[in-house]
Design a protein around this ligand. Sequence first.
Ligand code: EPZ
Length: 431
Amino acid sequence: MDRIRIVGGPPLEGTIRISGAKNAALPLMIASLLTSETLTLENVPNLADVGMLLRILGHHGVDHSVDGRKPGAAPEASRPIHLSARRIVDTTAPYELVRKMRASFWVIAPLLARMGEAKVSLPGGCAIGTRPVDLLIMVLEKLGATIEIEAGYVHAFARNGLVGAEITFPKVTVGGTHTALMAASLAKGHTRLVNAAREPEVVDLADCLVKMGARIKGAGQAVVEIEGVASLSGASHTVLSDRIEAGTYALAAAMAGGDVLLDGARADLLQSALDVIEKAGAEISVTNEGVRVRRNGSGIDPVDVTTAPFPGFPTDLQAQLMALMTKAKGTSRITETIFENRFMHVQELARLGARIQLHGDLAVVEGVEELQGAPVMATDLRASVSLVIAALAARGETIVHRVYHLDRGFEHLEQKLSGCGAIVERLSEPA
Ligand code: EPZ
């Protein structure tokens, strides 16, 4: 298995191009199941999760093709993907596929809405918590589906089609909102979502659905109105820039020091995190190209942060912020409210010399003068990258194991960091 070797010390100086958002690309790709016409997506990041989802969609009958590289384009430049679900060949998503990627459970919504039936494996737990799908099932039931749960599968039927309804979410859920947007777009009549997720990735999905002919108003607000249509058409859509990737590199620059331009980053999607990074002592400026992050000379100040649904501080940046706080001049308090088990990075950060105490959903981080490189491994995507951030400012060498977690969500991580002067390399194991 590949590993990543990092030698801490050098500041980050230069430009990092921000990729398309994984968490927007995945639901957008799944939306291709809603139409027999072609959906073209631009700015899809080249990630392991995208490759996995293409295989899962292929199982349901989605053909895909990727445009050839434009003359003169960089080898890593993303290329448009065309997805065509002209004929759905299988409405069952088996355990072997769904267990590899939780988001693939979301295929249940377009399959049910278009075919009147879907059978999808329950995804099971994962490293960051139990992550139930009860609210996604509630959405489908409200829209008139009959649900049977049997032998680890959710079997949903709506032989005469789905019917619009009022759906109030007892808890904000991104996946639940994606599910509702896709299913209600093809339901008969009007659907109203109350307490919907306001994440930018939800807005991106709604924007694409509207291009496909859906009638959606209010995406990005807590109340969303959807008027169902009989069918959706093909469209072309550019995937939103990845706010979590941008926030991760902003935190990396704050940790290592230096001056980095996050090219293509959208400050408006990242305000809560940028405010925190500024409080921690980095200078943030918004330019025409993106967001510039600088920290020269000044130390890192401690901050108190609680994760929350958008526009609050994202849970997907909690581990990375904790890495920064390990070197703050004082004690920080970080509270995780979204997932109950998202502190798997704490033990690994401790291996680098961090002092962190856990009290339920609260982590108390006492900043240390110096971190020291060590071999580490992590259990999920954001936890892994928090170790990379800590390693950038640790004395000596850190080896990060289980790099496949990073490959699920960070495109060209080593190139992006080493392009700014970090000493980062992938150690590939012979196959
Ligand atoms: C999405 O997961 C993201 N994944 C996650 O990113 C992100 O952490 C999360 O939203 C929160 O922002 C993708 O977009 C692919 P939720 P999702 O439904 O939709 C509970 C990353 O690192 N809940 O908003 O699965 C749930 O347990 C990943 O890129 C229920 O109780 O998250 C959690 O406590 C990890 N019942 C809360 O709601 C349900 O039926 C929010 O989860 C559904 C969710």
